[in-house]
Every structure is written in structure tokens, then in C-alpha cells.
Design a protein around this ligand. Structure first.
Ligand code: RP5
Length: 164
């Protein structure tokens, strides 16, 4: 990240145990040279940290928050209730209910406070990173070019026929 560059993407998660999933979002942002910050912010264990993060998000220059949590996954929704910065929610796959609990906890927001909910698990986290990049690319021509190239490379890597 260049000196003086403002971090526009916050990747937050409810627990250290969410990091292997949320790392997918971080990795794809690295590939696209998008700076981000990472924080553990738990809706239940560190509610004051959640509130402070949401309270200061706009003033700190964040444009997107990627929020991952599992189980009773209240972090994305509570963050969306505290800040107008768009929140992309990632349902982390749980052992007990395979992440369906996380998905339902995140997706069914009351009208007025949206969370853009991704798929359960690693694919959802990766797509959250790509979605964050896509939002920033609307006002960043160089990033838009990198994202187009990334998408073209992925498309080119898909074989036309299955191997025998
Ligand atoms: C949630 O509880 C976290 O987002 C995590 O997915 C889940 C379990 O947390 P740990 O018990 O592994 O810390 O708050």
C-alpha cells in the first residue's frame, strides 16, 4: 500500500476461528492490490468494539465492510445497523449446522438495514472480496482494469471440455 493511501475495505470477523474462511477475501484483495484492514470484532464477546468500529467507519474512510461470522452470526447485521458503509456478510460454515444457521442469521435483515449476503464458507468469502473490489472499481479506473484482467484470467482457465 502506498504511503498516505486510505484503507477503504475493512474485513472483520467474529473470532480468530473465522480467519481461515475470511482469508479468502483478504487473498483476493491482495491479488488485486487493494489495501484492507483486518479486525476481530465479536457482536457478543466484544460489543463495545463493534460499536466503536461502526461509529468511526465513515470518518475513517471505509467504503466497504466485509463481515464474516458463524452460528448466531449477528456481526454483519449489527454493523449494518451502526454504519451506512455497505456491509457484505459472509456466513461462516459451522460444525453443528453446516453454516445454515450463519446464513439465516445474516440474510434475513429487516427492511431498512441491508446486508449483502454471500454464499456459505470460503466461496462466499472470496466473492465478498471480489464484490468489495467491484464497488471500489466504480471510482477507480486502475482497479477496474485489474479486476477485468482477473476475471478474464479466470474465464480463460476454464477448459471447454471435461478431461476424459
Ligand atoms: C461466532 O462464533 C464467530 O463468528 C465464530 O464463527 C463462532 C465460533 O467462535 P469460536 O468459539 O470459535 O471463537 O461469534
Amino acid at each position: 500500500m502506498a504511503d498516505g493511501e486510505t484503507v477503504r475495505v475493512g474485513i472483520i470477523m467474529g473470532s480468530q476461528s473465522d480467519w481461515p474462511t475470511m482469508r479468502e477475501a483478504a487473498d483476493v484483495l491482495d491479488e488485486l492490490s487493494v489495501p484492507y484492514e483486518t479486525r476481530i470484532v465479536s457482536a457478543h464477546r466484544t460489543p463495545d468494539r463493534l460499536w466503536e468500529y461502526g461509529r468511526t467507519a465513515v470518518d475513517r474512510g471505509l467504503h466497504v465492510i466485509v463481515a464474516g461470522a458463524g452460528g448466531a452470526a449477528h456481526l454483519p447485521g449489527m454493523m449494518a445497523s451502526k454504519t451506512r458503509v455497505p456491509v457484505i456478510g459472509v456466513p461462516v460454515q459451522t460444525k453443528a449446522l453446516s453454516g445454515v444457521d450463519s446464513l439465516y442469521s445474516i440474510v434475513q435483515m429487516p427492511r431498512g438495514f441491508p446486508v449483502a449476503t454471500m454464499a456459505i464458507g470460503a466461496a462466499g468469502a472470496k466473492n465478498a472480496g471480489l464484490m468489495a473490489a467491484g464497488i471500489l472499481a466504480l471510482h477507480d479506473a486502475a482497479l477496474a482494469e485489474r479486476l477485468e484482467a482477473w476475471r478474464a484470467a479466470l474465464a480463460a482457465s476454464i477448459p471447454e471440455s471435461p478431461e476424459a
